[in-house]
Ligand binder design. Sequence first.
Ligand code: SAM
Length: 346
Amino acid sequence: MKTVHELLTEARAALPHRPSPSEAVRAQRTGALLIDLRSDDQRRHDGLIPGALVIPRNSLEWRCDPGSAWRHPSIHDYDQQLVLICDQGFQSSLAAANLQQLGLRRATDMDGGFVAYRAEGLPVASSHAPLRGKRSNAAARHWDAIYETRAPEQVSWYQARPETSLELVDALAVPHDAAVIDVGGGASLLAESLLQRGFSDVSVLDVSERALRHLTDRHGSADRRLHVIRHDLLSWTPQRRYDLWHDRAVLHFFQDPVERSRYVEVLEAALAPSATAIIGVFALDGPHQCSGLPVMRYGARQLAELLGDGFRLVDERREEHRTPGGALQPFIWAAFTRRNQNILPA
Ligand SMILES: C[S@@+](CC[C@H](N)C(=O)[O-])C[C@H]1O[C@@H](n2cnc3c(N)ncnc32)[C@H](O)[C@@H]1O
C-alpha cells in the first residue's frame, strides 16, 4: 500500500518536464495539445484556456489512446505532446502517468494547473458562448453603420490600389492557384486585383454585411472564383484550409489578449501546412484609433511574438498610408510562413 504522496511522487517521476503555464502556452503554438480536465462547474466559474481541448477525467484514457475507437479526433499518434491541466496540478500528474502507461511518452501535466495559469495573467476565455454572440453583433452593427454612411472611397483605410499587399504577394511568389483568404477584407479592392492577376480561389471574410455588399455590387456575385463569408473572424470555424492569409487593418482592433489569442487560433486552423500570412497593422508610431475604435500598434517583432514559434517572419515593410482626407498613417507589414511541423490534421 502507498500513501497519496508516494503515489504522486511516483507518477511525477515518470513524466517528462512539467511545463509552467507560459511554457505550456508556447508549446501549444508549436503543436502541443493542452487538455483541460477540470469539472464543468470549474470551467463555467473560472473560464477556459483558449485552444485547450476539454476532456472529462473519466474518459481521458479512452479519448487519448491513439489505438482506441473512442480517441479524440485531435489525437493521432503516440509522439504527440499532451499537457494535462487540472485545477492545481495534482490530479493531472496522476492522469498523465496513466497516459504514459498507454505509450504516450510525451504526456505530461501543467505545473500548478489552472490556478497557476491564471496567476501568470495568461488569457482566460469566457465559457459563456452567448457573450461572443453579443460581441459579434456589436461589431457587425458598428461596421455596418460605417459602411452604410460612407462610400468605400471615403473611409480612412481606402486604397485605390492595394500596393503593399500586391508587392508582398509577388515577393513571396504566391502561386495563382493558391487558396487565398482576405480576413476583414471589407470593400477592399484586393480580392478583385488578385482575380485580375489570375488567382482562381479568393475568399473575403468580413463581419459587415454592408461592406461585403459593396464588394459584390461592384464585382457581381456570379464569379465562382470569389467566395464571400459574412462572419465575425473570432467566432469563425474555417471549413477548409487556405494557402495565403491576408489581413490589412483588422488584427489591430483586437485589444483583449483573449481576442488576440483567438485570432491566432483561427489563423492556425485556417492555414495549410507551409502556408503564408501577410499582416498589415498600424505601426508603433501609427494612430491610436481607427473608425472611432482604439487600436493596438505593432512592430514586426510584436507580430512575430503573437504568432509564435509556428511561424517564421520572412518579410517586413513599412508603409505610409495616405487617407482620402490627406493624413499619413504609418503601417507595419509582416509576412510569415508556417513552419511545417507538428500540424494537426484538419
Ligand atoms: C479598417 S477596415 C479594413 C478593411 C480592409 N482590410 C481594407 O484594407 O480595406 C477593418 C475591416 O475589418 C472588419 N472587421 C472588424 N472586426 C471584424 C471581425 N471581428 N471579424 C471580421 N471582420 C471584422 C470591418 O468590417 C472592416 O471591413
